[in-house]
Design a protein around this ligand. Structure first.
Ligand code: HEC
Length: 126
């Protein structure tokens, strides 16, 4: 049944690439899908440029590139991506609590968190 095989195959492809959608950047989708295939079960890895766009509100405390100059606020630049993502998820669920950060993390989606973690982890600590 060649037709059924074709349908099954394209369905599998779509499931394998949840990041791909109409209007997306195919090269990024490709990079992302390769990464997901290489690391099944590991987090997919965020899109740093999207994280940058989302980070304007974070800059007030953490600095535009994650290099906070105020000792009240931690530096995020160069921190491990998986660690940053975990902290943001923990703030969002309330596992980790801070009056300011819990409010900042509450509206973030899983994609926002992955993208922000990718962006800040790729900045150079100063
Ligand atoms: C109002 C100031 C403020 C803003 C705005 C803010 N943060 Fe924070 N952030 C903090 C403080 C204060 C802490 C330390 C909290 C603590 O002591 O547990 C923190 C901690 C963190 C941590 C954990 C760092 C570590 O080393 O454990 C991450 C990750 C983080 N913020 C990401 C973000 C992101 C992403 C945004 C933007 C969506 C953001 N923050 C916006 C004040 C802020």
């Amino acid at each position: 049944m060649p037709r059924l095989t074709t349908v099954l195959f394209s369905t599998c492809l779509m499931m394998a690439m949840p990041g791909a959608h109409a209007g997306g950047d195919a090269s990024k989708g490709h990079a992302r899908s390769a990464m997901m295939m290489a690391m099944p079960g590991a987090h997919a890895g965020g899109d740093a440029s999207k994280g940058h766009a989302r980070s304007a509100v974070c800059a007030a405390c953490h600095g535009a590139d994650g290099n906070s100059t105020n000792a009240m606020w931690p530096k995020l630049a160069g921190q491990h991506e998986a660690y940053l993502a975990k902290q943001l998820r923990d703030f969002r669920t309330g596992t980790r609590k801070d009056p300011g950060m819990s409010a900042m993390a509450a509206p973030l989606s899983d994609d926002d968190i992955a993208n922000l973690a990718a962006y800040f982890s790729q900045q150079k600590p100063k």
